[in-house]
Design a binder for this molecule. Structure first.
Ligand SMILES: [Zn+2]
Length: 326
């Protein structure tokens, strides 16, 4: 799904700052939008676009912002702001509120409710509720749109919070939680496993002419040899700390492509004097890259998603292999 993150205003927008002038509203909005984009990147099938000038130099007009969202055909528009009340003096108004357009589309209200609840839970600030307003970005967007007021720049305590990285991250995370809940977003595999604190890794071992199994290598180390003209005859590859599935094939001298092999299976031959000429490797859900060192040619470029590394029909041996997760 396509999500617009809109950090309100620009750095120099008149008025939009804390009472003591220490922070511009744009600074909070933009930083929080960037954190939200990072958290959203942990989910599958999400595309994100900012509509603000992320350098802050210009305050992109509201019409331009909504035009970008409409022409991109976004599914959701999330506008991030900090609030203010009174007339330029510190005052008591405080808390967080989330807005939908006055016509209150069911989906927008549902999203706003989830985001608002997550914000209050995460920050412990006063719940000012979900409200409606005739704001341009809510009215002129063709998609579900909400606008979040994440605390008051005119409240001394909240003005300080709004400047703290941890608070910005909490707000961003809560917004993303609300979106993920509403649209049933699924986390990418790599994140799921990172959360269990075990980091996925890839372990592989090469069987070398005259040497045999050479010993385990991992995460980009070289398995095999270079500059010795020794053929790599077989390889075995294993993923650790992940349930992602490995699919791998090798092209063997005189035999051609092997069938698809998986975690820890041997690809190639042992004791038959046959060179491995190419490999293909794929791990749905993880970003695995690989390259091989081909006789006379040297290292190939990094490949991924089942693209061939090596050669076929050229009678050239693979001599070494590197595989990495990125
Ligand atoms: Zn604002």
């Amino acid at each position: 799904m396509k999500i617009i993150l809109d950090a309100g205003h620009g750095y120099n927008t008149a008025g939009k700052r804390t009472v003591d002038g220490k922070m511009r509203e744009w600074e909070f909005n933009n930083a929080t939008a960037k954190y939200a984009a990072e958290y959203l990147n942990d989910y599958k099938d999400v595309e994100i676009k900012f509509v603000q000038d992320t350098t802050g130099k210009t305050d992109v007009s509201l019409t331009t912002r909504t035009n970008i969202a409409n022409s991109w055909k976004a599914d959701v528009y999330v506008s991030i702001h900090a609030n203010a009340s009174g007339n330029g003096k510190w005052d008591d108004a405080n808390g967080i509120e989330t807005f939908t357009y006055t016509s209150k589309s069911k989906e927008a209200v549902a999203l706003a409710n989830k985001v608002q609840a997550a914000l209050i839970k995460a920050t412990g600030r006063k719940n000012r509720g979900v409200k409606t307003a005739d704001f341009h970005v809510l009215r002129e967007t063709n998609m579900t749109a909400i606008l979040i007021e994440s605390g008051f720049m005119s409240n001394k305590e909240e003005a300080e919070l709004l400047q703290i990285t941890e608070y910005r991250k909490k707000v961003a995370k809560a917004i993303v939680e609300g979106i993920a809940d509403q649209y049933n977003l699924k986390r990418k595999a790599v994140q799921t496993f990172t959360e269990k604190t075990a980091i996925p890794s890839i372990v592989y071992e090469a069987h070398i002419q005259g040497t045999g199994w050479q010993g385990k290598k991992k995460n980009g180390e070289t398995a095999g040899t270079t500059g010795k003209s020794l053929r790599l005859e077989a390889v075995t590859v294993k993923l650790e700390n992940t349930e992602a599935k490995l699919e791998m094939q090798g092209h063997v001298q005189g035999i051609g492509w092997t069938t698809v092999r998986t975690n820890g299976e041997v690809i190639g031959t042992i004791g038959e004097g046959l060179r491995l000429e190419a490999i293909k490797l794929k791990v749905p859900g993880l970003n695995v890259q690989y390259r091989v060192h081909v006789e006379k040619d040297g290292w190939t470029s990094w490949k991924k998603n089942g693209k061939m590394a090596g050669t076929t029909g050229q009678k050239k041996q693979i001599e070494a292999i590197q595989i990495k997760l990125s």
